[in-house]
Design a binder for this molecule. Structure first.
Ligand code: NCD
Ligand code: ZN
Ligand code: ZN
Length: 433
């Protein structure tokens, strides 16, 4: 007996669009096309498209430690509304996820509160390689080469060499601390947010990427550079093209440029900073060429009060997990992307990079994690408020066409037309060895 049949949809599969039904049995995709069998539940999806649920490789849900900004419940509710069915949470919480004890504490929090599936990264510190080596079931290790929110900066390359010897998936925030420090001195006293792109210059990003890619090559390590922001980095990546070296960019670097500082000030203060339109175009090109494989959000909420402080005091980071799919779907409606591209960048590729078991594709046998979207639904970002606790978005007021309307996780309808099934809890993902 089939648990749920989604009927009359257009289904985005790895081999193309299929018009028909999607049958779900025991939480897994059972059949795509024509489903004639008897079923327990049925849902008509005429006029709607079914994508594999988005997998966001980079979120900060601030739990434990910063409940005023976000917690795992609110962050994951925002994800569910946005058609994001799995999130990977970063270690710059309080306590930071640097030890097995802290990892287990976060696991309990996420299991108790999360409305979507999740995976966890451990953070790299000067002295925690032993803990990293002994940890089980982590997505990988997050390393901060430049200072940002939290206190997890590691500049010592010897530590990176030892980390690479462990053979884990390493996801890197690549900005050169030395360059940032120099520029901070140079621009001290300037309280205009646009100075952020000068302090954290393209050179800062490029230098760090160059350094880490050289080291990755030496150790044949699996290194993923997150939130690429400049053309210089894309070109550096091209030189090192290898299956082991991968990268993503965020929606804010794809849709915003440094021109946004004038209008939104610290509400678009983010690390790495916003860049020029040429840089933005280079990211799009890099994605299309496969140099970058994934789009992430780097969902990094801070309170309005924190952002309303002067530039030098306001923390960096913007929320994004609710707007990942709406932004990309708007681009599909403009003919700049296909739905298959969206499935690749937000689900299939992240699942492959992180070696997640059973997710990332609409194919028989895979988990039924799905984002059902209405490509003709038009809405203004923020018109119905936000699910993220911070309560704002760098895209507030943007009119977008193409929105997730139903989110399914392992066959369960978790969110439908603005209603969250508050009882459902996601699970921690597992990995191929
Ligand atoms: C992130 C945060 O606030 O946690 N901030 C940001 O500007 N991106 C940290 C990070 O990813 O650098
Ligand atoms: Zn970062
Ligand atoms: Zn981040």
């Amino acid at each position: 007996m089939i648990d749920l049949v989604l009927r009359n949809a257009t289904i985005v599969t790895p081999t193309g669009l299929v018009n028909g039904d999607l049958g779900i049995l025991g939480g897994k995709i059972y059949k795509i096309g024509k489903v004639t069998e008897k079923f327990a539940r049925e849902k008509d999806c005429s006029g709607l498209f079914i994508l594999p649920g988005a997998i966001d490789m980079h979120v900060h849900f601030r739990d434990p430690g910063f409940p005023a900004k976000e917690d795992f419940g609110t962050g994951s509710a925002a994800a569910a509304f946005g058609g994001v069915t799995t999130v990977f949470d970063m270690p710059n919480t309080n306590p930071p996820t640097l030890t097995i004890k802290a990892l287990e504490e976060k696991r309990k929090i996420a299991a108790a509160k999360s409305h979507v599936n999740f995976g966890l990264y451990m953070g790299l510190a000067q002295d925690n390689l032993e803990e990293i080596n002994l940890a089980h079931g982590i997505a990988g290790v997050k390393a901060f080469m430049g200072s940002t929110t939290g206190n997890l900066l590691v500049c010592d390359l010897n530590v990176y060499e030892k980390l690479f010897e462990l053979g884990k998936f390493v996801i890197v925030h690549a900005e050169d601390e030395h360059v940032i420090k120099e520029n901070t001195k140079k621009y001290a006293g300037t309280e205009n947010t646009s100075v952020h792109s000068l302090i954290r210059s393209p050179k800062a990003a490029y230098q760090a990427v160059k350094t880490i890619l050289h080291l990755a090559k030496k150790y044949n390590a699996r290194v993923h550079v997150t939130h690429l922001s400049t053309e210089l980095e894309v070109e550096e990546l091209r030189k090192f093209k290898s299956e082991k070296v991968t990268a993503d960019c965020t929606t804010h670097h794809l849709y915003l440029t440094q021109a946004a500082y004038a209008e939104r000030g610290n509400f678009v203060k983010v690390n790495p900073p916003l860049r020029t339109n040429d840089d933005r175009q280079a990211l799009w090109k890099g994605l299309k060429e496969g140099l970058l494989q994934a789009v992430t959000t780097d969902h990094a909420p801070h309170t309005k009060a924190e952002k309303e402080q002067p530039y030098s005091l306001a923390p960096s980071g913007v929320p994004g997990v609710e707007t990942l799919l709406p932004l990309l779907l708007e681009s599909v409606n403009h003919g700049e992307l296909t739905l298959r591209d969206v499935a690749q960048f937000t689900s299939t590729n992240p699942a492959a990079l992180l070696r997640i078991k059973g997710k990332g594709k609409i194919e028989a046998g895979y988990d039924a994690d799905l984002a059902i979207v209405d490509m003709s639904k038009e809405m203004t970002v923020g018109q119905n408020g936000y699910k993220t606790k911070c309560g704002w978005s760098p895209y507030s007021g943007w009119r977008l066409k193409g929105w997730p309307v139903v989110t399914v996780i392992e066959g369960n309808i978790v969110c439908e037309n603005g209603e969250l099934n508050a009882k459902f809890r996601g699970r921690e993902v597992t990995y191929e060895s």
